[in-house]
Design a protein around this ligand. Structure first.
Ligand SMILES: [Zn+2]
Ligand SMILES: [Zn+2]
Length: 364
């Protein structure tokens, strides 16, 4: 089809909107959007609390509880995104804010959702360009490396490792007129307070847990392969470890199993998918056709399971913003046909080798 991107955008928006409207008209229960949102919110939290209880009384194994919580928190993530777009209780601030607080409490490693609202709106406007801080903070646009893999799940580590570079870039973007003074001030506020009060302390709990088990793991490997001398050395090192550290690790283990590790895994899945289905670089400002691709290859299913099929449906959201996440999933099949017909890319695996650029090769 010889259409301009603007014409294609208009056509895609119109056709997917029509599919969504017809779908809703045929199912009147979809009109009760607030009740549906609150219902999904309550069921998800009940499912998480059930697993927490099961683990604490010893009927759930750590792995099952962890994956179960990760799955349900991925639904809370979708609800947060819908709430950011004011899709539930728009005119009833008490319920709206209660739900935002709930989805944050069970996903405490994430950015404060009231603050995220600002950078997410900016993402919709400037997706794929230098000032799209939301996607860029998830490694979008970086060439693949061990560092990118290591920081895919961990927002705090990614931010800390790149803080100097990002500060310089924000200053340059401000000088180029891509950010206003108020926006720069807002970004500074988000950096300072966005992961408080829970996010930063919980990240340090996670690091201390990893440090302890890395130490223990080295000891086990030493015993297996190193023979008697290493075994003795490790045993004495373990014995000299402060007893408080072992007690502390035992005390934080439930917190890690039931809240921190599930969210880290969920974030890895979501960030891996989102930072590769959004393009970065060579994207014209505001050109939705160039902003994203549909990433729904079968081999990504294990990751999609923990981000509510994000790679398959998020492109639909860029064109039609005001549908809740479950509706987007329900109309995915006909919506994909529309996207395909107008030339939106599907499973462009080359993005992994182009540092997510829309065209061309990797940046120098
Ligand atoms: Zn959005
Ligand atoms: Zn997006």
């Amino acid at each position: 089809m010889s259409l301009t991107d603007e014409q294609r955008t208009t056509a895609i928006c119109r056709e997917i909107n029509a599919i969504s409207q017809t779908y809703k008209a045929q199912r009147p229960w979809l009109r009760y959007q607030n009740a549906l949102g609150l219902g999904i919110f309550s069921i998800s939290i009940a499912a998480i609390v059930w697993a927490m209880y099961g683990y604490c009384i010893g009927t759930w194994s750590a792995w099952v509880a962890m994956l179960w919580v990760a799955f349900w928190t991925s639904i809370l993530h979708e609800l947060e995104h819908d709430l950011i777009h004011q899709l539930y209780f728009k005119d009833r601030p008490f319920w709206h804010n209660l739900m935002l607080a709930g989805v944050w409490l069970f996903r405490p490693l994430t950015l404060n959702p009231w603050m995220r609202r600002y950078i997410h709106y900016h993402h919709h406007k400037y997706s794929g360009t230098a000032s799209d801080i939301e996607e860029r903070s998830l490694n979008n646009g970086m060439a693949w490396s061990f560092l990118r893999l290591l920081t895919t799940a961990d927002l705090l580590l990614a931010g800390a490792l790149r803080s100097r570079k990002m500060r310089t870039e924000v200053r340059q973007l401000y000088q180029q007129g891509c950010y206003t003074t108020a926006e720069v001030r807002n970004l500074r506020r988000i950096t300072l307070y966005g992961f408080l009060p829970l996010g930063i302390p919980l990240h340090f709990v996670w690091y201390s847990f990893l440090l302890y088990y890395t130490f223990v793991g080295f000891g086990v490997l030493g015993q297996l392969w190193g023979g008697a001398s290493l075994s003795v050395a490790w045993a004495s090192a373990l014995a000299s470890m402060p007893l408080g550290w072992q007690h502390y690790t035992a005390a934080i283990t439930p917190l890690v199993v039931l809240l921190i590790a599930p969210n880290m895994w969920r974030q890895f899945c979501l960030h891996f998918i989102t930072s590769n289905m959004h393009y970065y670089g060579d994207v014209e400002r505001g050109n939705i056709v160039q902003q994203t691709q549909v990433l729904n290859a079968w081999w990504l299913a294990p990751l999609q399971l923990f981000c509510f099929n994000f790679g398959s449906t998020h492109t639909i959201h860029h064109f039609v913003v005001n549908d809740p996440f479950y509706l987007r999933q329900l109309i995915a099949a006909p919506a994909h046909k529309v996207l395909q017909r107008y030339g939106i890319r599907f499973n462009d695996i080359g993005t992994f080798f182009r540092a997510n650029r829309y065209m061309g090769s990797k940046p120098a």
